[in-house]
Design a protein around this ligand. Structure first.
Ligand code: F6P
Ligand code: MG
Length: 488
């Protein structure tokens, strides 16, 4: 028996798996390494960023000859607020290292405060309300929501994403892969008519597009402490031969079943997005393929996060940044494009802008949504598994029901789909979805960056463990999993 239902007044029957969640209690687990090593590095990054901006503001105001008193007051206020944020971040590092209790999320007027605090209350009752005892999934989501409370009440940092510069820098270094994919899309253009008439060739392309989009997930910034720049460049290589060679790292591949679902009759695909920059670029290329080259899909909706989340996840402003970058690649990217590449990038970005204007592409929330503002996207930044989506966000679920496929990108989405519990690795994906199973057509594209694994036979798991003991967490192995909607 792998599951149970519990009833919470007012919320209906909640389901949860019987297996325990991953948590940092095992010093050999990735969760332990995350609390001990990776989170402190991420928090230090935030401190450094604000420190640097404060320093720049001080220098700029010293050299400002205008003598404007108003400006001085504003600058000083901003610097003082910055120092306050640094103080909170430093305290968190200290508390975390000492396994201090996690404090309630202060009501900053933003999203999901009650949900985080109610979950925390439950953990406290179980004696698990501290950094080394809480389930990893909860603690990591809580961390990013807590960070938001440092910025939300300020006047000058309210709409500040402490990870924005990192996202931009990383995308800047992705020039080679961006140019390659843009050129590939340009070449496809000449074959458009033929492709539409030959579904078999389209299916081959579908496989390639899925893989391209999957490996786009290998490069999230919260994992940068594990991967070198060279590793990332290798993972971003998009040539066909490299992709073919990487197939052996895909431990389960349900692309064929997802292709059948794509042809089911609905003309809409949704993406529950993961990381900004290169990964988001690959999502847009994939979406472009679906709309421009297949006769099945005419509308793609992208779901971003509305607070800075797991370092590199897409926030609404990241779309404009990406389109801006692609509109002037010579000045944005670290390497300028060749004339052919420049025209390919330009064709791509013009089409995407048009798609956003015409509604073939859209965001699930207004693009000007401010950080932390309540919106239809709150569910994606709450700490709970997706198992009980029908109770937790029935409207959101309803909006996904009409999709041919809902693409859940990345590792965190996979952890939430499966609840981040210790499933035996051979558990069928459908089972790990709990009551979400069959309600919407789910395509999960995930490179493995956390311990939870499902849908992989014991034999395969043993074999891969022998080859690479870090296969669950180092981002080099992947899963393409699909679970159809009931009755389709
Ligand atoms: O451990 C790597 C990690 O930070 C996990 O905690 C998390 O699940 C994941 O990265 C985020 O990855 P992704 O961007 O693929 O969701
Ligand atoms: Mg991410």
């Amino acid at each position: 028996m792998a599951s149970e239902s519990t009833s919470t007044p007012g919320t209906g029957e909640r389901w949860k798996a019987h297996y325990p969640p991953y948590d940092p209690s095992d010093p050999k687990g990735f969760s332990y390494e995350t609390v001990v090593r990776r989170w402190p590095i991420i928090i230090t990054g935030v401190i450094d960023r604000i420190h640097r901006l404060n320093h720049e503001a001080t220098m700029a105001s010293r050299s400002d000859q205008s003598g404007s008193a108003t400006n001085d007051v504003e600058v000083n206020e901003r610097i003082e607020e910055g120092k306050g944020i640094i103080g909170k971040a430093s305290k968190l590092k200290y508390d975390m290292a000492r396994d201090r209790p996690m404090e309630k999320i202060e009501n900053d007027g933003g999203l999901n405060v009650d949900i985080f605090n109610a979950e925390l209350d439950e953990l406290v009752k179980e004696g698990k309300g501290s950094w080394f005892k809480a389930p990893w999934l909860f603690a990591e989501c809580y961390l990013y929501r807590l960070m938001r409370t440092w910025f939300a009440p300020t006047k000058h940092w309210n709409n500040f994403d402490p990870f924005f510069a990192q996202k931009e820098d990383s995308f800047r270094g992705s020039a080679a892969a961006v140019y390659q994919l843009a050129s590939m899309m340009q070449e496809l253009e000449s074959e458009k008519e033929a492709l539409i008439k030959e579904p078999a060739r389209l299916e081959v392309l579908w496989d390639e597009m899925i893989q391209m989009c999957l490996w786009g997930n290998a490069t999230d910034l919260s994992l940068l402490t594990n991967l070198t720049h060279e590793d990332i460049e290798k993972l971003q290589t998009v040539e066909k031969e490299t992709r073919d060679a990487r197939k052996e790292f895909i431990l389960c591949d349900d692309s064929d079943a997802a292709w059948e679902a794509l042809k089911s009759g609905s003309d809409r695909v949704d993406f529950i997005l993961d990381n900004a920059g290169f990964e988001f670029f690959t999502d847009l290329v994939f979406a472009d393929f679906l709309v421009t080259y297949t006769p099945y899909i005419s509308r793609v909706v992208f779901h971003p996060k509305t607070i800075p989340w797991f370092v590199s996840d897409v926030n609404p402003p990241d779309l404009d940044s990406l389109l801006r970058a692609l509109s002037s690649p010579s000045s944005f990217f670290s390497t300028p494009p060749s004339p052919f590449q420049a025209s390919a990038v330009s064709a791509l970005v013009s089409r995407w802008k048009r798609y956003f204007e015409e509604g073939s592409f859209s965001f699930s929330v207004p693009r000007e949504t401010g950080y932390g503002e309540k919106s239809g996207a709150d569910f994606w930044t709450d700490p709970r598994a997706y198992w009980n989506l029908h109770l937790d966000d029935p409207e959101g679920l309803k909006s996904l029901e009409g999709c041919a496929v809902v693409v859940f990108k990345g590792d965190l989405n996979f952890r939430k789909l499966t609840g981040d519990v210790k499933w035996p690795c051979s558990t069928p994906f459908a089972e790990a979805l709990g009551p979400l199973r069959g309600r919407i057509p789910i395509l999960s594209l995930r490179t493995n960056k956390a311990d939870v694994i499902v849908n992989v036979s014991e034999d395969v798991a043993r074999d891969v463990e022998r080859k690479d003991e870090k296969w669950r967490v180092n981002g080099k192995y992947a899963l393409i999993l699909f679970c159809a909607k009931d009755g389709v």
